[in-house]
Design a protein around this ligand. Structure first.
Ligand code: ASP
Length: 330
């Protein structure tokens, strides 16, 4: 029988409603949660580990790096066939993608959690854990990088985002849909995932700011970020990747100061492209030296840039990491 390491790491899956606060707080241990996943012993041997009991808004890039090392050590063990990591759903897509970028194994790594706490009717933690364990022991999941499993659906960690603040199927892949499903304990994949890059950050000391464009927004937030010492900027631009012309000055300053500028779109679906040649249009920004981030939402492009910068990658390497095979070379 295959063996799965389950790493408990907080989130709603480990929460109960506190009588006094009338709101959910961390309460359940890994053992408490596993005792609700009845029948799983017929499928896999499970080894429990506790990494944290944090709500995921408290998870930082530094903690993501520690978790990545923890997971890599488990993956290096010969007796472990797959790994499941629990996580609060709010920043789950960031940690899952970070794990994909920074771990090196063909063994399945599956990230899951719950949208309902254990005090609520319809607590989805045990089902999500059970389906994640089925995925972690699946031969089909081998070599697919980090997957996110919720509501019986499997999404590629590179593509997935939290698209609903309350629904059980909160995790979705815009543009392409889920990569597979867990149906009646069987794991079925319908398409290949994207090819992921591997990065090796030594620490997470350098930070990246994320700036979402709104109509009329100028360079103030860019100037603030540069003055504060941020080493990279992700700009969630409008539409195909366009900004107000008064933001161009800030972007020029950033590029002159060797700060990497990634352009993604604030649209939920679709990719950025150099379609527009006016001042602040995508063509103008890319000609200035901005790097395009394809279909990625800003928070995930930030994780990618964080991991790349803290791995000591050069501007050209970072351009390659984001654009290779997606955009014509200049
Ligand atoms: N706020 C919670 C967290 O991210 C939500 C959840 O886990 O679903 O920790």
């Amino acid at each position: 029988m295959k063996k799965v390491a389950v790493v408990f790491n907080g989130g709603t899956i480990s929460m109960k409603v506190d009588e006094r606060l009338q709101a959910a707080v961390p309460s359940l241990s890994g053992e408490d949660i596993m005792s609700l996943v009845t029948g799983v012993e017929d499928y896999a041997k499970v080894e429990n580990h506790t990494f944290s009991s944090l709500p995921s808004p408290h998870v930082t890039p530094k903690l993501m790096l520690e978790l990545s090392k923890f997971v890599q050590d488990l993956a290096n063990r010969e007796d472990i066939d797959g790994i499941v990591v629990t996580h609060g759903t709010d920043t789950l897509e960031e940690t899952a993608y970070f794990l994909d970028l920074t771990t090196n194994t063909k063994k399945p790594i599956v990230v899951t959690g719950a949208m309902r706490s254990s005090s609520e009717l319809g607590y989805d933690g045990p089902f999500n854990l059970a389906t994640s364990i089925c995925t972690a022991i699946s031969d089909e999941a081998y070599g697919r990088g980090v997957l996110v499993c919720f509501n019986g659906e499997l999404n590629d960690s590179i593509e997935v985002t939290k698209a609903n603040s309350m629904a059980l199927n909160a995790f979705r892949t815009p543009n392409f849909g889920p990569i597979g499903v867990v149906d009646n304990n069987n794991v079925i994949f319908y398409r290949k995932g994207k090819k992921g890059v591997k990065l090796n950050p030594k620490n997470m000391d350098k930070d990246v700011a994320l700036i979402k464009c709104v109509s009329g927004m100028g360079s103030e937030f860019i100037d603030f970020s540069l003055d504060k010492g941020y080493k990279g900027l992700v700009i969630e631009a409008m539409g195909r990747g366009n900004v107000h012309q008064t933001m161009v000055k800030g972007i020029e300053r950033a590029i002159k100061e060797d700060i990497h500028v990634i352009i993604v779109s604030r649209c939920f679906e679709g990719r950025v492209f150099e379609s527009y040649g006016y001042e602040g249009g995508g063509k103008h920004l890319r000609n200035m030296g901005c790097i395009f981030g394809d279909t990625m939402p800003g928070q995930k492009a930030r994780i990618k840039l964080l991991a790349a910068i803290n791995s000591g990658k050069t501007v050209e390497e970072i351009r390659g990491i984001f654009e290779e095979g997606l955009y014509a070379n200049h």
